[in-house]
Ligand binder design. Structure first.
Ligand code: H2B
Length: 95
């Protein structure tokens, strides 16, 4: 079982990634990415998919043309965990 972040750790995570918003209903972080076109959006998704698979931690997401909406939460913890922080960091590193 993965440990859910406590309130202080969650606040620190949101502080560290100011472009991500907390979604309290899921205890998730969400971010919308906008690209020039579909090719760039899908290229981003392909890069994230490879990282996610390596981490064995997967985003919930949707894509419409040049837009990608990403939600990170840990299903095994029923909320945010360090695994979400690590994946968010890796995603930020792609930009
Ligand atoms: N991704 C996310 N976001 N949360 C999880 O709890 C999770 C996952 N668990 N990817 C992993 C896969 C688990 O189901 C496998 C069996 O390790």
């Amino acid at each position: 079982m993965v440990q859910k972040l406590d309130d202080a750790a969650r606040a620190a995570l949101l502080n560290r990634f100011p472009d991500w918003t907390h979604e309290p209903e899921r205890d998730a972080i969400v971010r919308r990415f906008q690209f020039a076109d579909f090719a760039q959006a899908f290229g981003f998704m392909a890069s994230v998919a490879i990282i996610a698979e390596k981490m064995d931690h997967h985003p919930e997401w949707s894509n419409v043309y040049n837009r990608v909406d990403v939600l990170l939460t840990t299903h095994d913890a029923n909320g945010l965990s360090e695994r979400d922080a690590r994946l968010a960091e890796a995603i930020e590193g792609l930009l």
